[in-house]
Design a protein around this ligand. Structure first.
Ligand code: SF4
Length: 637
């Protein structure tokens, strides 16, 4: 299911009977307290607030509960499904008849808290293994009746689903093997009876693993049951990539990175759904004076008109629609920074993430100010590399290669801090974007024999492959266990191990699934995606290229797009003559981009109106100078 509406439809279809049951058990013949204490015409507004940091899942179910209790209740979400929230953040606002609002509150929160708890736990596991190739899977250990809901929440947390039911796939476990006389016999019988179903076999030791690997045609997956990391490593070597391997049994958060480090493809975690800790959410009742989105939009419109040309609002393609509505320009990070450098506006409000506002501040003219509505809107990818750890790696490269300044050109992807751009400026290096990475890497390899590419390993690898380099020409830097000097001397590209947690989520099976579902569909992905995904796609490129390609396609074109979902949704909306879908089954949203909201945009504009520069992004002069050197090297190419 790739269409987000289909996903929500399936969720709601499964939730409907549970909602009926829950309302019946909680409200019964009526909420005695609300009915007796509130006048029937009292209108209340409830803000659902996160009391702890977590990941939100289940908003459509919560909305359906309110709507079922009283269709007059209006439910407005302030965050997206799968979005990470901080304690204190408003998740949704419900407005309407007070009696109905309070009667529905507990049931709606019960669903939302359970599903958000599962998504939060899944995100923790998925983040722990993000720099490996392992995918986190759920199991069938779900609350009876909640299978679809629990597994939906796992997807919202960034995990993937194992089989939905016993009918989906054949999973031959130890009892089946013992009962049928061995692996080969069990597989043979399963294939005869269910030739179209995928087959996975559980093995308890390396002897059984060899037998499973030898099955012809190859199995779809082999499950390594309760093995130690050393045994798993041996299993990965034995399988040699012929059959995907899944690790299972006693997978805890403390162990999961060790397990992923063995090279297994999947890790199934029963605890995601069998030991759920609900995310702490509560509803605070306020008066109607709480500003609605419409109020806030009207205030922004009014202030924008009053500032006139003194103010420029920039909106990145991954921003919410309600923010894009107020953007004077929308674009990718570099396009927006260029706009910032060309404007005469005194103040630029950058609706994007922090590193983008920094680039705008570096390129801004003297006297111009760059503001960001939320100072904490960082970037997961940019945060994987800081100046200190890159400098430490640079020193280690110097020791390994004798004279790093003559041997290695540093390249930083624009999605990085100003300090890293300055680092490149100081060391003869350069900045690149996803649109010009090939040109930049070619230039850099013309300067010195090898490049050090940070922070996004996927963009670095995809670019090098595009230039005709082989995987053996690349090495991934590991801060804990740096590559041996011999390996460094024989490689051409040293990759920082960073990834973008949005684009990292596209996987080869997404491409296979969507091609099966929509024969003839073309797939285009952002080059921050894994190399295996880029290899299967028809095309890859920056957000600007993706937009150009869609705009140049005629009516009836079909695209599956592997990039941030707000851009995909906007393209869907703007091109109804084409079929435009997200490549992933659960469309990924960038949580950092979501931090920019109407209310914090109102906040910076109101402060500006009162003469205060709130959330101004500045870069120290020396850092700005060297960062500009690296940026100008790129712009000169
Ligand atoms: S989509 Fe990825 S690279 Fe872009 S801002 Fe979000 S985390 Fe950073």
């Amino acid at each position: 299911m790739h269409n987000p509406n289909e996903t929500t439809g399936a969720l709601l279809a499964a939730a409907e009977p549970l909602i009926s049951l829950a309302i019946e058990e909680d409200i019964g013949s009526g909420d005695a307290t609300s009915l007796s204490t509130l006048e029937p015409d009292v209108i209340l507004q409830g803000r659902i607030i996160a009391k702890a940091r977590g990941v939100i899942a289940g908003l459509p179910v919560a909305e359906a509960v309110f709507c079922r209790v009283d269709p007059e209740l209006q439910f407005v979400t302030h965050v997206s499904e799968g979005q990470a929230v901080e304690a204190g953040e408003v998740v949704a606002v419900v407005t309407g008849p007070g009696r109905s609002l309070l009667a529905a509150e507990r049931t709606a929160l019960n669903f939302l808290q359970r599903l958000s708890g599962i998504a939060t736990q899944t995100r923790k596991f998925a983040a722990a293994v993000a720099t490996t190739q392992a995918t986190i899977l759920d199991t069938r250990k779900t609350l009876p009746g909640y299978r679809v809901l629990d597994k939906y929440a796992v997807r919202m947390g960034g995990g993937s689903n194992h089989r939905m039911s016993l009918a989906d796939m054949v999973l031959i476990k130890d009892n089946h093997i013992d009962g049928s006389g061995g692996i080969a016999q069990a597989v043979h019988r399963a294939r005869e009876r269910y030739p179209d179903l995928a087959i996975e076999v559980e093995v308890r030791d390396l002897h059984e693993l060899r037998e499973a690997i030898d099955c012809e045609p190859p199995l779809d997956r082999i499950l390594l049951d309760n093995m130690t990391p050393d045994q798993m490593r041996e299993a990965v070597a034995l399988a040699g990539g012929r059959v995907p391997l899944e690790a299972s049994g006693n997978v805890t958060y403390e162990r999961v990175l060790d397990i992923a480090g063995t090279g297994v493809d999947f890790i199934s975690v029963g605890g995601l759904t069998h030991s759920v800790t609900a995310l702490d959410l509560s509803m605070k009742i306020g008066s109607r004076a709480v500003h609605s989105d419409a109020d806030q939009a009207a205030r922004i419109r009014h202030m924008k008109a009053a500032f006139g040309e003194r103010l420029l609002i920039l909106g990145h393609h991954y921003q919410r629609d309600e923010i894009i509505e107020f953007a004077d320009f929308r674009g990718d990070s570099l396009e927006l920074s260029r706009k910032a450098s060309q404007t005469d506006a005194e103040t630029i409000v950058f609706c994007g993430v922090h590193f983008m506002a920094e680039v705008a501040a570096i390129l801004a003219r003297p006297g111009q100010h760059v503001l960001i509505p939320d100072m904490t809107a960082g970037c997961y990818l940019a945060d994987t590399a800081d100046a200190e750890s890159v400098s430490t790696a640079w020193a280690a490269l110097d020791a390994a290669l004798d004279n790093v300044e003559a041997e290695v050109t540093p390249i930083t992807y624009v999605n990085s801090s100003a300090e890293l751009k300055a680092f490149c400026g100081r060391h003869g290096g350069i900045v690149c974007t996803s649109g010009n990475a090939e040109r930049v890497v070619r230039w850099a390899l013309g300067q010195r024999p090898r490049v050090f590419f940070f922070p996004d390993q996927h963009l670095g690898r995809n670019t090098a492959l595009e230039l005709g380099l082989a995987p053996a020409d690349m090495v991934v830097w590991s801060p804990r266990t740096p590559p041996a000097p011999r390996t460094l001397r024989s490689c051409k590209v040293i990759l920082w191990p960073g990834v973008c947690n949005v684009h990292q989520r596209f996987r080869p099976e997404h491409v296979h699934r969507i091609r099966n579902q929509y024969p003839g569909i073309r797939v285009i992905v952002h080059p921050e995606s894994k190399a295996e995904v880029v290899a299967l796609a028809d095309d890859s490129g920056s957000t600007s290229k993706i937009i150009r390609v869609v705009e140049a396609s005629g009516p009836g074109a079909q695209w599956a797009i592997g990039t941030e979902s707000r851009l995909v949704n906007r393209l869907q909306h703007e091109h109804p003559e084409q079929l435009i879908l997200s490549l992933a089954d659960v469309p990924p949203f960038c949580a950092s981009m979501s931090q920019i909201t109407l209310s914090n945009l109102v906040g910076v504009l109101e402060a500006l109106q009162a003469g205060r520069l709130e959330n101004e992004v500045t870069v120290a002069p020396d850092t700005a100078h060297w960062a500009r050197v690296a940026l100008e090297r790129m712009l000169a190419l």
